[in-house]
Design a protein around this ligand. Structure first.
Ligand code: GSH
Length: 273
């Protein structure tokens, strides 16, 4: 089994947590969307949405996080005698759908300083155009991604869209706070797929430095977050990349790559001029 993912991708974190929790072994391929690696024609041919994560088991390729999560659960069913322990229950599924219903893109980008966001957005648009020239037969699908990038910039200028995304997150967190007042985990007494999907949302809030506003004011979530961060799965899928100085190392690697690329481009422009 192969997983194409990146530590920065929130949906990738959901799947990696689930795989760790279930003890499923897989080959990991990093595809950094911030450096446009998801636009490389080889990956793009397999996955024209260019979105992460992608899960492959032989000829079976899955592109939607919800599908991957359910597939992982079915893998466990197939390998255990006790079906009852592995089939996703209605309440777990309800939480998974609710969490999946919040798209972190606008929320995340609206909290990144304009200077960096515009730099990366411009860089990715250039990557798409370059890849389009290399693989003209994929031009129409690359065009969709280009349009996507412009549309995202437009959405970020629309205060109402940004507010809606914040409000949707706040509602999700309020519901979770109510639930965690009654049970230790989102869907009951045990850690489930719903928790694997929820923890990356909390980790994203932390990464953006918004814990005070979104987590600490909700005491049940704050307590739950402390508990789940002690799980080995959290350490492998998230903590390893984002705790303490490692957070800067992960970011630095991306920034170095972008900086060097930018420098090369400027040199090429000078030489060409
Ligand atoms: N196929 C995914 C979509 C996941 C998604 O939007 N992934 C983001 C990272 S968390 C991504 O790959 N963005 C890069 C892009 O849209 O080009 C799903 O249905 O859950």
């Amino acid at each position: 089994m192969q997983l194409y993912h990146h530590p920065y991708s929130l949906d990738s974190q959901k799947v990696r947590l689930a795989l760790e929790e279930k003890g499923i072994d897989y080959t990991s391929y990093h595809v950094n969307p911030l450096t446009g690696k998801n636009m490389d024609s080889l990956f793009f041919r397999m996955n024209p949405s260019a979105r992460l994560p992608v899960f492959q088991n032989g000829a079976h390729i899955l592109y939607r996080t919800m599908d991957i999560m359910q597939y992982i659960d079915r893998l466990i069913v197939a390998s255990t005698e006790d079906d009852a322990t592995a089939i996703i229950s209605r309440s777990v599924m309800d939480w998974m759908e609710k969490i999946d219903g919040w798209n972190p893109k606008i929320f995340t980008l609206s909290h990144v300083p304009d200077k960096y966001r515009l730099f990366i957005s411009r860089f990715i648009r250039r990557v798409i155009i370059a890849r389009m020239a290399e693989a003209p037969e994929l031009a129409s699908v690359y065009h969709v991604k280009l349009r996507d990038a412009y549309e995202t910039e437009d959405k970020l200028k629309n205060a109402e869209i940004v507010k809606q995304s914040e409000e949707k997150l706040a509602r999700l967190l309020d519901d979770a706070e109510l639930q965690l007042n009654q049970t230790p985990y989102l869907a009951g007494e045990d850690f489930t797929m719903a928790d694997s999907m929820f923890i990356p949302v909390l980790a994203r809030i932390t990464l953006l430095g918004l814990e005070e506003e979104y987590i600490n004011c909700r005491p049940r979530i704050a307590k739950y977050y402390k508990v789940v961060k002690r799980r080995p799965s959290y350490k492998v899928a998230i903590g390893k990349y984002f705790s303490g100085w490692r957070k800067y190392r992960t970011l630095l690697k991306t920034l170095c790559f972008l900086g060097v690329r930018n420098m090369i481009r400027k040199v090429q422009q000078c030489v060409g001029a």
